[in-house]
Unconditional design. Sequence first.
Length: 540
Amino acid sequence: MAIAPQPDGWSWRDRAVGSIPVGKILDPAVDPIDGVQAFPTAYVPDRLLVTHRTGAGELPHLALIREAAGAFGWDVTVETLRGEALGETEAPDPLLPPSPETPGVPGVARVRITTSLDPEADLSPVAPDAWRVLQRARRLARTRGAEGEQWTLPDVGLEHVVSIDPVGLNPFSRTNPFSRTNPFSRTNPCGADDYLEAGRGARQSISILGAIPVRGQNPKRGHRRPVVAILDTGCGVHGWLPDDVVTRRVELDGVPLGLTDDADPERYPDLYGQLDGEIDPVAGHGTFIAGVVRQLAPDADIVSVRTADALGVVDEGALIEILAGVVTLLQRYRAGEGGLPIDVLNLSLGYYHETPEDGLFSTTLYDLLKAARSLGCAVVSSAGNDAIDRPTFPASLWAWHGSGNGIVPDLDAEHVSVGALNPSGSSVALFSNVGPWVRAYAPGASVVSTTPAFEGGRQASTRDDRYERRRETIGPDDYRGTFSAWSGTSFAAPYAAAVIAAELGPVPEQEKRSAAAIKRSRRATAAALKVLETDDHSRE
């Protein structure tokens, strides 16, 4: 068997770092406040994200945050999303340059909470907890008579742990006690657990017999191919995904957008495993998604931005920064200043917000997605794989009936949340999240798509060589055939994104009028939703 390559310098220390639990689970019973109904989520315990909408002066509510942290014996420092320290009254640079096309897009800074550095102070024995600081700051604001809902500090929020969602990893990644026992418990003989077994929906190596999807001729002069951007684990090498179809490196002002480190789950399949002979659960996730788009919209170009790490997670601040870069590139394209055209944005990732209702969550993520939509880019997001109806972010960030999220309908390009259908199309996959916030359903169980040529440690169960031939059963971790079947709303979302791109067809180059792009996008999305509805027989 070939020896699996590892990044230069990779060692047990890197694996150990990867095994450190990501984030903390919010306990709603800690520091409750009347009027704030909280639910469990995963968050980075020593950080808050603060949205800055004015562009000058001190960050909003910073004095309250500092006072609240001080009550626990903690200090705070302010930094950019890149970790650069800011002065006491220095505001972070706006994430996006001023533009008449996308007014009001805010800047964001991190507030990092640390134990006191004062040698004369009594250091708190308790590790910093952003949730406790946020709740105490809200309590202080209410006591001091903040008007209306301002006591909830709507521009201050936890930094959530966002995860891509192959079946069995959510709702709160591996750090949550619900992860392996609910709703996919191995002790349960039926139910959603079925999808975790090879042959029933889990990732499984297969042989593909069809030919590579054929692209049509280049569009006529003055037009370009539609572009689907995928923010995920990146895109590996595959014969169906050549460089003239997939852009794997995107830069903004000479700086790469997204992750560029060696811990690349599209090149190295077993980075953070326990040397247990299985490839990492998310290895190849982005390549698989790109293959779904390639099959359904062969004439589309694909832009891949490596956003999630080899554990399948990304801090909310990092996601916001990457989205801001995507919107900036799209702005510049619309203005005829270079940039990058993007017609559909696929987000097969999400998290559960602890207070997902009006006035109790920062709208920064929504603002960025709305900025993209205002430039004619449709947003498609997976609904999640936890067999529940609790709304996920960003999938539920649209004006669905009864949402209570304060979002009002608009006439920008569409926001489409997607759940998964079983292969028959006659039923929703049991693992798929459901609810009024899910706009459409698409095939998402036992989907066939592209996989990097991974070979993990798990070997064939039986081998019996005869007639000078190697004979054995299928290796459960051998993906050198470069195709597999896999399940998840992660793969239903790009199905919908690809259908939108196919309906768009050739797009005028350097179109500066967002209104025309929005009209074209809405028309293509309406046609795509009609296709999905026709193929969805789960209501029958």
